[in-house]
Design a protein around this ligand. Structure first.
Ligand SMILES: [Zn+2]
Ligand SMILES: [Zn+2]
Ligand SMILES: [Zn+2]
Length: 966
């Protein structure tokens, strides 16, 4: 063994080299599973729910919007749940009671269709049971998936909209609405298949090309109106275009385009009005020359009555609405509210009759006018209508058209639209809609603030709320119908009675309960006196189901409380769950069910395209976890601005990965230097810390404050950036770099090293708790490393308290200190520039090889501030040169103080690169001269010093080593 290596080995043993079991690279796949197992064993899910109960800090209730239980979770669901988890964990760590009950939306068409596909013969309660099992299966799968994301909610006691208790509450909410007059039953136009004799849901409609008649029909103005508008013209007509002549008997209005110009065309011996922009097209289709004999505005015609083209003594109103287009047809639109979806909307908006005398198998009923149509199928009506039009001389032109038309997905036949009796929530009853708008305006906080307009538009633009669905898998509408005249009968008592049974045995009960149990004995139909009834078979809209969760969950569990502090979902829920929750809450309660609504965007790829199966750009949460680890995925969630899209891009992921690595490494550095530190025994009183350590502790306090405030404001991107900047900048590139030498080489249990360790411990403790809401696994792992296994989960701890260092808590003192240190950091920046020059010239490699002389103009404000810090350093017993040497990580430092005049007269020496002197002249109030430090390199600590020690040890190392030998 050579002399050299012998020395090195022996000195290495005298160093306090860092050591820790915490690995550099995370093995998330394994570590996370171990931690999940511990959480399960420690019953963390239940304990978090109970934690801080009765706390002085109060409580925070986030009401979880229920995802649909029919598939694996996707990135959007994962993102949403993690956001909720971060926010609630942070609130809990602020000392509040934060119970979170997760939920699932279980009823509805997607599950019913899937189950029916697999078991086509199942009906009623058998079908419901199968749907229940199907949803249960997916709930279990999703629950595991959410748990694996590190989401801590009360997983053992979730709410499910299909729980018998929940179903009973949904039924009761309906009963309450009945009692207070919100519920009505009336006609609604729905897509209908005459051959299957059923209503169709949007998902069951297919569009195919089909050939139909295309006819142009005249609706005549009265002679008086015609003359008034167009002197000299006997009769003017509105020219209407339609491809469904069978709906003409059901016409109830003609719509024009508001503000549009209409021209009166002379065609043969007729005068017809069409929209000016379509006049050329119409004439071309009709094969006539365009002869304009008059003009008017839509508004000149609105309010007039026009004659029905073949029903005698029958007129319909002329109205105007923005839905009328100017790109096809005549800009005069035939409207039959009982047999068209858009026509229906217009019917509701303008109070037209929803006239739909049509049977389930596609025939006119006895109520049709003219009576001769009664019993005729709508298919046969075409010929009849054409004959009538010709007889009345109101058919101007006839051809045929091939166009896209809705068809039934089962039998492939073309659909009709037909009005059927449906249950409605009356939005104007007790000013429900107005009260909801008022709540949006004044009672609910929105995050981001602009999203208020989304909910305002959703609530304000709502025409009606149809509550009934002709389906099986859902909460039944408790009511009976007269067999003779179809009149409904429902009372709150009847609903409550059935609800009690449902609470015991689920919604299947409704299929089995005998009628005599529901209808009071001797009850007769209020409309026809009939005595035979049947149970209503419709179920409630699933939005009603999920919407009443405030009533079935928040009101039911005293721990949760009403209203919730926060609802947090994707921006699409303004139309969905936010709206139905708000409306039902104002039906059942005086106050809205939420104090605040936060929304986030959709998941999109790096090109900004929404993720969808058809685009093939869907990213599964697991793909992200495989690449980033679970905490990486969670960190990604925190890095996304809530107001924008939820972007997955290569650049973003690389950045998240880097931040993850940085935070992890910082924790590892801190852990590895605390292996011989016991906080209870070894901590140094904050006021006795070395000055640089005091500064680091004060900075920690500032950062900790900032992060907690950001958590409270749900500004997670600020948390993300502050954490990242703190670890990379303040710690890694500054404080930890500076104290490395002291930690490794100083006397292990001496004041200087313990001072650094004390601050390292505070930083670690703060960092661990501050990152816990986001990096829940890493934080737990780190906590167990320095707190021991018995300390319990970090998720049951509060954010660490950082002791205040600077004499008074006084803002003024703090402000002054900050100013002083800013000045000192400015000096450091100048020194670093000098060192860079030395490095460039090949004079030094490592900064420890250098020494600097700093000439300060003590009259300058900045340098006066620096002097104040240095004076304090000396007062605390540390030499100012020693302090600066450490602060700049160099081996020698000399300070020369000059006043203004002397400073101005200083000569800037030319740098002589072999002589290794430099003068920096761009600073206004100081000059830095850098050179290679004198003496030799201490083999133990690498600092340069003049020494005559036989092994070349510096003075400090000599002392440390000497102590070790004794
Ligand atoms: Zn069909
Ligand atoms: Zn009746
Ligand atoms: Zn040394």
């Amino acid at each position: 063994m050579s002399e050299d290596t012998k020395k090195e080995v022996s000195f290495k043993d005298t160093l306090n080299l860092p050591t820790t079991d915490f690995p550099i690279r995370s093995n998330a796949a394994q570590e996370d599973k171990i931690i999940l197992g511990q959480w399960e064993k420690e019953q963390l899910y239940t304990r978090c729910f109970e934690h801080n109960k009765g706390s002085k800090k109060g409580s925070f209730v986030l009401h979880d919007g229920p995802p649909y239980a029919n598939a694996n979770i996707h990135l959007g669901t994962a993102y949403n749940k993690i956001l909720k988890d971060i926010i609630t964990k942070a609130q809990r760590m602020m000392g509040k009671h934060v119970p979170v009950t997760p939920g699932w939306d279980c009823h509805g068409l997607p599950i019913e269709l899937k189950v029916t596909e697999a078991h086509p013969t199942l009906r009623d309660s058998e079908l419901k049971k199968a749907c229940r099992a199907y949803a249960s299966k997916w709930i279990d799968i999703q629950r595991q998936e959410f748990k694996a994301l590190g989401v801590i909610m009360d997983w053992n006691n979730p709410y499910k909209t299909m729980n018998p208790e929940y179903e009973a509450q949904t039924v009761r909410a309906f009963g309450h609405a009945v009692k207070h007059g919100y519920i009505s039953r009336k006609n609604k136009t729905v897509p209908w298949c005459a051959s299957c004799q059923t209503v169709l849901a949007a998902a069951e409609i297919e569009y195919h090309d089909r050939k139909d008649p295309s006819i142009y029909v005249r609706f005549e103005l009265t002679k008086e109106d015609s003359k008034k508008l167009f002197p000299g013209v006997d009769v003017a007509s509105l020219l209407v275009w339609t491809t469904t002549p069978w709906t003409l008997p059901l016409n109830r209005a003609v719509f024009l385009k508001p503000g549009a110009e209409y021209v009166l065309l002379a065609i043969n011996d007729q005068h017809v009005l069409v929209g000016a922009p379509v006049a050329d097209k119409v004439c071309a289709t009709l094969g006539v020359e365009k002869v304009i004999v008059g003009r008017c505005k839509a508004e000149d015609l609105v309010g007039l009555q026009v004659a029905h083209p073949f029903i005698e003594q029958f007129t319909v109103p002329v109205l105007a609405d923005g839905f009328v287009g100017l790109d096809e047809g005549t800009a005069c639109v035939h409207s039959a509210p009982g047999c068209g979806p858009e026509d229906y909307e217009m019917g509701i908006r303008y109070g037209l009759e929803i006239y739909s005398p049509l049977t389930p198998d596609g025939k006119y009923t006895d109520e049709i006018k003219p009576q001769e149509l009664a019993g005729m199928s709508i298919a046969d009506a075409l010929g009849w209508v054409m004959t009538k039009l010709q007889a009345a001389n109101t058919l101007l032109f006839k051809t045929s058209i091939k166009h896209s038309y809705p068809h039934c997905w089962r039998c492939r036949n073309g659909l009709m639209f037909r009005a059927t009796k449906q249950w409605f929530c009356e939005l104007h009853h007790h000013d429900l809609q107005e009260r909801a708008l008022e709540a949006v305006e004044n009672k609910i906080a929105f995050l981001p603030a602009t999203t208020k307009n989304h909910l305002k538009a959703a609530v304000g633009g709502r025409l009606e709320w149809c509550l009934s669905r002709q389906r099986t898998w859902g909460t039944p509408i408790i009511a009976v119908l007269c067999n003779d005249c179809d009149t409904e009968y429902v009372t709150p008592e009847m609903v409550e009675h059935v609800a009690n049974s449902i609470a015991q045995a689920g919604c299947e009960v409704w299929d089995e309960v005998p009628l005599t149990d529901v209808v009071p004995q001797g009850h007769v139909c209020s409309s026809c006196g009939g005595k035979n009834f049947r149970k209503e078979r419709d179920i409630l809209d699933v939005w009603f189901d999920a919407g009443v969760s405030h009533y079935a969950v928040l009101r039911k569990n005293a721990q949760l409380g009403y209203p919730a502090d926060l609802y947090l979902e994707g921006v699409d829920q303004h139309r969905g769950w936010f709206q139905s929750s708000l409306l039902t809450s104002l039906m059942l309660e005086k106050e809205p069910c939420m104090r605040a609504i936060a929304t986030h965007g959709y998941t999109v790829d790096d090109k900004g395209r929404k993720m969808s199966k058809s685009l093939g750009n869907v990213i599964a949460p697991q793909t992200m976890i495989d690449r980033l680890g679970t905490d990486g995925l969670r960190l990604w969630v925190s890095s996304i601005e809530m107001q924008g899209d939820v972007v997955v891009s290569e650049k973003l992921l690389a950045n998240v990965q880097e931040v993850n690595r940085k935070i992890r490494n910082t924790c590892r550095f801190l852990l590895s230097n605390l292996y011989d530190y016991n906080h209870t025994k070894d901590a140094i009183d904050p006021k006795k810390l070395l000055m640089i350590d005091q500064y680091a502790l004060a900075e920690l306090g500032r950062v900790s404050d900032k992060i907690q405030k950001a958590y409270d404001a749900k500004n997670l991107t600020s948390v993300f950036h502050t954490l990242a900047d703190y670890c990379a900048g303040d710690l890694s590139a500054f404080y930890l770099d500076i104290i490395k030498d002291r930690l490794y080489t100083d006397q292990a249990d001496g004041h200087a090293r313990r001072s650094a360790q004390t601050v390292c411990w505070y930083i670690l403790d703060s960092l661990t708790t501050l990152m816990a809401p986001i990096m829940s696994f890493t934080a737990e792992h780190v906590a167990r490393c320095y707190q021991g296994a018995d300390a319990g989960s970090v998720h049951l701890q509060n954010f660490a308290v950082v002791p205040s260092v600077w004499l008074k808590e006084d803002m003024e003192v703090k402000g002054k200190k900050r100013e002083q240190w800013q000045a000192l950091l400015y000096v450091r920046a100048q020194v670093l520039k000098t060192l860079e020059q030395l490095r460039k010239r090949g004079i030094i490699k490592h900064s420890l090889e250098s020494g600097v002389t700093i000439t300060m103009n003590v009259r300058s404000k900045n340098m006066a501030l620096v002097q104040e810090v240095l004076a304090e350093v000396e007062a605390a017993g540390q030499k100012r040169e020693e302090f600066l040497k450490e602060f700049f990580i160099i081996s020698a430092c000399e300070i020369v103080e000059v006043d203004e005049d002397e400073y101005d007269n200083l000569e800037i020496e030319e740098c002589d690169d072999e002589e290794c002197e430099m003068l920096l002249d761009d600073a206004q109030d100081l000059m830095v001269k850098g050179a290679h430090a004198p003496g030799s390199k201490c083999p133990r600590c690498w600092q340069w010093e003049m020494t005559d020690h036989k092994d070349g040890l510096c003075l400090r190392c000599q002392k440390v080593v000497a102590r070790l030998i004794h």
